[in-house]
Structures are given as C-alpha cells and as structure tokens.
Design a protein around this ligand. Structure first.
Ligand code: ZN
Length: 103
C-alpha cells in the first residue's frame, strides 16, 4: 500500500506515485477527493484520469491517493481506513467490489 493522503505536490511524492502505478498494473487506487455525495472514487491503477502529467495539464498538484496492491488489500484495510462508500470510476470501470473477505 502507498498512502499519500495529503495532496500530491512535491516532485518526490509524484515520482513515488508514478513509480507505484507502473509497478502495480493490477492495483486499485482510491482518490481522496469526495464527491458532492461525500464518496471517494476508486480506479484501476491504469486509469488515464489518475496518471496524466499534472504539470503538462497546467496544474501544480493532484489530490491525495491511497494505492492498494489489489482488491483483497483494500477490503482488508477498509475497516481501519473507513473510506465509506466508493464510487467506481466511469472511465476505467473497476469490475470488482469491496468484499467482507480478507483472506
Ligand atoms: Zn478511473
């Protein structure tokens, strides 16, 4: 798991994040900006909306992220993290769901 819970602003954090995405093609990423309904959004690690070059897009940071190796890890840690209900990104359409199973 990679926890970057504050907005990602520094070059160091951005590189850690991009490296993690590259190393976890089956990973699951929760973006820590809440929708108007108060939900966080979950993405596949390969989603273009979470990996684009922020500087090239004229931005200086991206929202915080918690990155999980897979759905099992997310499901296991959810009781502790209390992420609440999750929106599934409509672009990358993660097909799996949180489960109660942790093994
Ligand atoms: Zn997505």
């Amino acid at each position: 798991m990679l926890r970057l819970e504050k907005p990602i602003e520094s070059e160091v954090d951005e590189q850690r994040y991009q490296q993690w995405l590259a190393e976890h093609p089956d990973g699951v990423v929760v973006s820590l900006n809440r929708s108007r309904q108060g939900k966080l959004t979950v993405h596949r690690s390969t989603c273009s909306t979470i990996s684009y070059n922020v500087k090239a897009a004229g931005q200086n940071r991206r929202s915080g992220r918690i990155c999980f190796s897979d759905w099992r890890e997310l499901s296991c840690l959810e009781p502790e993290l209390k992420l609440g209900g999750l929106n599934h990104c409509t672009r990358c359409k993660p097909s799996q769901r949180l489960t109660n199973r942790c093994s």
